[in-house]
Design a protein around this ligand. Structure first.
Ligand code: NAD
Length: 253
């Protein structure tokens, strides 16, 4: 049985990851900024740890860490998953506040969880950190400059932490999901359609056009990869940036 921590774990991809680990017999601790989603998760899984915490808020995250430290003797897997889409638009039209919040949640929001994980995993001589980047962390992404910038930052952080923690036996990898079917991409498509003047269907078609397998991704596809990374079969996999996207050729929204 593994002990797995997931940020942004009450809904979306983080929730699907949490359900996958639970189905494999693991214990899970999630935090999420959405109190309703946390309440729902806690109701569904009363034996697991569920905490309302914003990944960018040090005091809230400390409360989350204190709960884990009080209940668990070790942590095996940490998924730094929480993220937001940020604004869509040409850089000329973006506000500094929107830019800052996007970088804050998607990039700086991984700092506290990675620091906590690194301290515990280095001391234990084992562990896996999975950071969630995106296809946006592998290509330029017109109209989404703050998001692309944050997700490229995740790649640099992953490579660096893999080097810092590898000698202590800790693995660090990033996953890069493509466009995942679900609420979040519905919101992103609506935002990009408004910013570009294209219809929703045109924006959706463009996502598939740039993908070799000509398909969107499911949350289960992402959970499959995270589950594999946490398995013994991936014990030599570290410092890798794993795309789960059907092979992206180009991003052209
Ligand atoms: P989502 O919006 O469906 O879920 C994100 C979850 O994170 C929500 O429960 C939300 O409340 C929580 N959250 C948001 N900001 C938070 C904060 N500051 N602190 C704590 N929790 C916070 O999004 P998702 O699709 O599940 O995205 C999860 C991760 O995957 C993100 O990092 C996202 O950038 C990345 N990603 C998603 C896609 C996609 O197509 N959905 C593609 C590539 C990468």
């Amino acid at each position: 049985m593994r002990h797995v921590v997931i940020t942004g774990g009450a809904s979306g991809l983080g929730r699907v990851m949490a359900e996958r680990f639970l189905s494999e017999g693991d214990r899970v601790a999630i935090c999420d900024a959405d109190p309703h989603a946390v309440l729902e998760f806690a109701g569904a899984h009363p034996d697991q740890i569920a905490c309302v915490a914003d990944v960018t808020d040090e005091a809230q995250m400390q409360t989350f860490f204190d709960q884990i430290d009080a209940g668990w003797v070790r942590v095996d897997v940490v998924c730094a998953n929480a993220g937001i889409g940020g604004p869509a638009g040409r850089i000329e039209d973006l506000s500094l506040a929107d830019w800052n919040r996007c970088i804050e949640v998607n990039l700086s929001g991984t700092f506290l969880i990675c620091r906590w994980a690194a301290r515990r995993m280095r001391a234990a001589g084992q562990g896996l950190i999975v950071l969630t980047s995106s296809t946006a962390g592998q290509f330029g992404y017109p109209l989404r400059s703050p998001y692309a910038t944050a997700k490229w930052g995740i790649v640099g952080l992953t490579k660096t932490l893999a080097m810092e923690l590898g000698p202590a036996g800790v693995r660090v990898n990033a996953i890069c999901p493509g466009a995942v079917e679900g609420d979040r991409m519905d919101r992103v498509v609506a935002m990009e359609a408004a910013a570009s003047g294209k219809s929703h269907d045109e924006v959706r078609a463009l996502y598939v056009k740039g993908v070799s397998l000509r398909s969107w991704v499911t949350a289960e596809d992402v959970a499959d990869t995270v589950s594999w990374l946490a398995s013994p079969q991936a014990k030599r996999i570290s410092g890798q940036i794993l795309a789960i996207d059907g092979h992206t050729e180009t991003l052209t929204p």
